[in-house]
Design a protein around this ligand. Structure first.
Ligand code: HEM
Length: 173
């Protein structure tokens, strides 16, 4: 029996058809490679948690310094987590809730898998009368946390732009 033979012309046509179907057509099922989310580039869950924890530690340490800038706005929260005059703390888990909300919010804005479900930034900071100088001091403490956690320049620029986009909801309310 004679084996079926592809002529050179039909073989070329078949090759061309396969090549055309396999690349560049609109039905191409292979998506273009996406750059990692900012969340992943900042270290995912452990990275974001480390940044939030360091930020909380930085703010806490600053409130203990002479001429602290953070103390004024954080005093109600610090009082709530401390025993006062022999009385137990009125809200001992408040700092932990704050920390968890910061983790969720940083995760959310960087494209991570958690949606921040806490109060809006305007509602959270209304009544605190945070000044521009206080915001700047807070941002320095955030920059310090990013540096401690060895966040790269590109990621730092992108992350702090997302943070600064919320400044108007935080300052002067
Ligand atoms: C864009 C910048 C800021 C962001 C994204 C931010 C984010 C947050 C988040 C997520 C919370 C937790 C809310 C909750 O637990 O319901 C919080 C609470 C708080 N923030 Fe900010 N914050 C910013 C700037 C500031 C500044 C500049 C200050 C003061 C200098 C400040 C003071 C506080 C205080 C005192 C609380 C605790 C409220 C409480 O538990 O009584 N924040 N912030």
């Amino acid at each position: 029996m004679t084996k079926p033979q592809l002529s050179l012309a039909s073989a070329c046509l078949l090759a061309l058809t396969l090549a055309t179907a396999g690349c560049g057509s609109q039905s191409d099922p292979t998506p273009a490679a996406q750059p990692s989310s900012l969340y992943v580039r900042m270290g995912s869950k452990t990275g974001i948690e480390a940044i939030a924890d360091q930020m909380v530690a930085n703010v806490g340490a600053e409130t203990g310094q002479a001429n602290s800038v953070m103390l004024r706005s954080h005093k109600p929260m610090l009082d709530a987590i401390s025993s006062q005059n022999g009385q137990p703390a009125t809200d001992p888990t408040r700092l932990q809730r704050l920390r968890n909300n910061v983790v969720d919010q940083f995760t959310d804005i960087t494209g991570g898998p958690i949606k921040y479900a806490g109060k809006s930034m305007l509602a959270t900071h209304t009544g605190m009368q945070v000044t521009t100088a206080e915001y700047a001091a807070w941002r320095t403490l955030l920059d310090n946390s990013l540096a401690t956690n060895k966040i790269g320049t590109t990621e730092k620029t992108q992350f702090t732009a997302l943070i600064d986009a919320m400044k108007s909801d935080v300052v002067n309310h």
